[in-house]
Design a protein. Structure first.
Length: 292
């Protein structure tokens, strides 16, 4: 089964799909090994790996390149941030085709004006609704794999209010999107209302320290959400760990102790070393068997 079909099956299931946010091949692999059914390529995390804030500074080519890295690193479906689609309907068409070609199972496209910024920061602007719906129609028409999932994200809550965000989510679903993503709702009441008022599957964005109230996945599932992404989960954990270990080395003038640390062999095993070790001798062994 291809991963686009698998993602659609997961979304159609009874249980909420939890997709932690990865930003490179290593974090994608760690997510898969931890047993999650899907992984999310975070745009903010991708920008951070290139040394930028999530201010719309990363190009479509750079985002697709990172999505391809995640896709080839795991067997589970990859859902990727595609920002605004990087332009008008023509750009959106190319964006969908590029992500589709690199093995991603689905993307989300938002209604922010360029330059966009993280959905949980202030100072956002949005494009007119009809312009946004045209982009969604272009995205739906551009996919070569009919199971490729188009997720419509709206940032209207912070700019035009909650009711406008709901209207845009429903309009995007009517335009051909498969799932709605109402970004940065601000109260528990709004969180509950989204799946009740949106006429289609809904995505929940779980951002540490963001505008949306914290909620566990059992509760989110009972509200009606079908997919939860955690874009900041690993990038925040990594950043905090980096700061801590570097500060410790600077202050103590010594490397961390190896006692209790993960063995180096296990670190490589988590990146697939067993598979590559087997390949290193497999074809030589076949040659010797043929000679015999």
């Amino acid at each position: 089964m291809n991963r686009t079909t698998r993602l659609r099956q997961l979304i159609a299931g009874d249980e909420i799909v939890v997709a932690p946010g990865a930003y490179d091949g290593m974090t994608a692999r760690v997510t898969e090994r931890a047993g999650f059914p899907a992984v999310y390529m975070t745009g903010a995390g991708t920008a951070a790996t290139l040394g930028f804030p999530d201010f719309g500074l990363i190009t479509m080519t750079e985002m697709v390149a990172n999505a391809a890295t995640l896709s080839r690193s795991v067997g589970i479906p990859v859902i990727a941030d595609a920002d605004t689609g990087y332009g008008n309907e023509l750009n959106v068409t190319r964006t969908v085709r590029e992500y589709d070609s690199c093995g991603v199972a689905g993307i989300h496209i938002e209604d922010q004006a360029t330059p966009k910024r993280c959905g949980h920061l202030d100072g956002k602007e949005i494009i007119p609704a009809q312009e946004y719906f045209a982009k969604i129609r272009a995205a739906a028409a551009a996919r070569r794999d009919p199971d490729f999932v188009i997720i419509a994200r709206t940032d209207a809550r912070a700019v035009a209010g909650f009711d406008e965000a709901i209207e845009r989510a429903n309009g995007a679903l009517a335009a051909g999107a498969d799932m709605a993503f109402v970004e940065a709702v601000q109260t528990m009441e709004e969180l509950q209302e989204v799946p009740q008022r949106v006429r289609g599957p809904c995505l929940l964005n779980v951002v540490r320290g963001g505008k949306t109230p914290d909620v566990d996945f059992v509760t989110a599932q009972s509200m009606g959400y079908k997919l939860a992404i955690l874009p900041s989960l690993l990038i925040v954990a990594a950043m905090e760990a980096y700061v801590s270990v570097l500060r410790n080395v600077k202050e103590t003038n010594a490397p961390p102790s190896s006692v209790g640390s993960m063995p180096i062999s296990e670190r490589f095993r988590r990146m697939g070393s067993d598979e590559w070790t087997a390949l290193a001798t497999k074809f030589r062994d076949m040659a010797s068997q043929t000679a015999e």
